[in-house]
Ligand binder design. Structure first.
Ligand SMILES: NC(=O)c1ccc[n+]([C@@H]2O[C@H](COP(=O)([O-])OP(=O)(O)OC[C@H]3O[C@@H](n4cnc5c(N)ncnc54)[C@H](OP(=O)(O)O)[C@@H]3O)[C@@H](O)[C@H]2O)c1
Length: 263
């Protein structure tokens, strides 16, 4: 509670997957919500269930975060309704095209807007007020794909690496302010992500033991930000692999193993 009011979480990508699970776990703690995604019907269904099950206040705002105007519109939406944002969960994301795919630049730019620029702008717009109030929790949903370079399209991984760098540096800037910032880096998680990206064949080809459920990932993310941990790799397997991904030995090895043509 803050000054007699419950805290409120703005969650992007709340219509499905990890975002929907963040809404569930935060509502179970009595946190009011502001849910954001493009599919308004899904948001309405989620809001109805969350109000029914947890008795929290839930506002919804349909927005396409690939549109450059969306973060400002979201800030206006919250201000006009008197909603103070204490938690910011930047979770919306897609697999997207590879940088060198013959996708028109306008779609490439929309991907980068969604995955990086909108996250930075939402931090810019909402975090200063958290700092003034002396309390805030920010989770930027990154990925284990942001923890090491792979020959995998040069878009998704670098965008997620930016979220790790952004979170780590913001956490340093905000040290002692009462605002905690964490990058959450999951490996493979059962959500709609792979179906949306037409990657179900790839998913079926991967062993079941490398997959985690959304509830575990979100629980670990919430614990990390409460504990002031700037980077949380989620899932025991990925936590075990992470020191290897950060070691000086992995880059020459990946270079040697990467498919490629000699010039
Ligand atoms: N699943 C995995 O294996 C995995 C692993 C590591 C990291 N992640 C990251 O986890 C985050 C959540 O993904 P997920 O796995 O939960 O996938 P998901 O089930 O497909 O959910 C993605 C969410 O993002 C929203 N979204 C997509 N594009 C949007 C846009 N332009 N504007 C606003 N909202 C948008 C979707 O809502 P609408 O379609 O209604 O807009 C949906 O609510 C992503 O950032 C993803 O990169 C996922």
């Amino acid at each position: 509670m803050v000054e007699g009011r419950p805290r409120r979480a703005l969650i992007t990508g709340a219509s499905a997957g990890l975002g929907r699970e963040f809404a569930e776990q935060l509502a179970a703690r009595g946190v009011d919500l502001l849910l954001v995604a493009r599919r308004e019907e899904k948001l309405k269904e989620a809001a109805h269930a969350l109000v029914e099950n947890h008795g929290v206040d839930v506002a919804i705002c349909a927005a396409d975060l690939a549109e450059p105007a969306a973060p400002e519109a979201l800030e206006r939406f919250a201000r006009e309704r008197g909603l103070s944002v204490d938690w910011l969960v930047n979770n919306a994301g897609i697999a997207g095209p590879g940088l060198l795919d013959p996708t028109p630049w306008v779609d490439q730019a929309a991907f980068l807007q969604l995955m990086m620029v909108s996250v930075a702008e939402l931090c810019h717009r909402f975090v200063p007020a958290m700092r003034e109030r002396g309390y805030g929790r920010v989770i930027n949903v990154s990925s284990f794909a942001g923890r090491l370079a792979r020959p995998a399209g040069a878009n998704y991984g670098p965008a997620k690496a930016y979220l790790v760098a952004l979170s780590e540096e913001l956490a340093l800037d905000l040290k002692g302010s009462g605002v905690h910032v964490s990058a959450l880096c999951p490996g493979f998680v059962h959500t709609d992500f792979h179906e949306t990206a037409d990657l179900m064949e790839m998913k079926r080809g991967l062993p079941s033991w490398i997959w985690y459920d959304a509830a575990t990932v979100v629980r670990e993310g919430l614990a990390a930000v409460e504990g002031g941990k700037p980077i949380q790799v989620s899932g025991r397997l990925y936590r075990w692999l992470d020191p290897l991904a950060q070691s000086v030995w992995i880059r020459p090895l990946l270079k040697a193993l990467a498919p490629g043509r000699e010039s």
